[in-house]
Design a protein around this ligand. Structure first.
Ligand SMILES: [Fe+2]
Length: 196
């Protein structure tokens, strides 16, 4: 898994405008969850990079074996890196279960068990919100938008509509779901190993 500086350098070299816009909204310091996978600063960018690597591998494999073109390199990268973009602005350090003081200019009290909490008033994470946010950062094709909207698969709130997304609008959305699920499981396993 790449660290945050490697991700920043890659993005600066290939997508400098994207990096600049993501820096402004705190993407590189946001966690990926409150208490599950990658719940640490930079966890969202690391998770998205993990999704990109698996998604890219799956798309390239199908393109090569079938002799077809599915997505451009830019579309693969921006779809994966922005698939959870609503999470960039929805978490804050958890101040509720006070256990541990964290230093800095303004020392904060953070729970050891649940380092982050959802900011009051934020909407819960959904593929639909992520796609809305992503479309404000880059210009998405219709297929990219569908893939991001459907990337949570059975974990999406209106999960019953996901099947029609895959069947009628983009079968490749299933690959993004698979890449996201796989990357998340690998991150969870890493956490479990560290805990042993
Ligand atoms: Fe994700």
């Amino acid at each position: 898994m790449a660290n945050i500086e490697e991700i920043r350098e890659f993005m600066l070299a290939h997508f400098p405008g994207l990096k600049e816009r993501l820096e402004k909204i705190g993407y590189f310091t946001a966690p990926a969850s409150t208490n599950h996978h990658n719940n640490f600063p930079g966890g969202l960018a690391e998770h998205s990079d993990g999704v990109y690597k698996i998604f890219n591998m799956l798309i390239k494999y199908i393109e090569k074996s079938k002799g077809i073109s599915i997505l451009s390199d830019t579309e693969i990268y921006t779809t994966a890196m922005l698939h959870d973009l609503d999470k960039a602005t929805m978490y804050e350090p958890n101040m509720i279960k006070s256990k541990k003081k964290v230093g800095g200019v303004y020392p904060m009290v953070v729970s050891e068990k649940k380092p982050y909490a959802v900011i009051k008033g934020s909407y819960p994470h959904t593929g639909h919100f992520a796609a809305e946010k992503a479309s404000k950062i880059v210009s998405l094709t219709d297929e990219q938008e569908v893939m991001i909207r459907a990337h949570n698969g059975p974990f999406e709130f209106d999960f019953r509509t996901m099947e029609s997304y895959y069947k009628k609008r983009s079968p490749w959305a299933l690959l993004l779901f698979l890449a996201d699920y796989m990357s998340t499981m690998m991150e969870d396993n890493t956490k479990k190993k560290e805990a042993i």
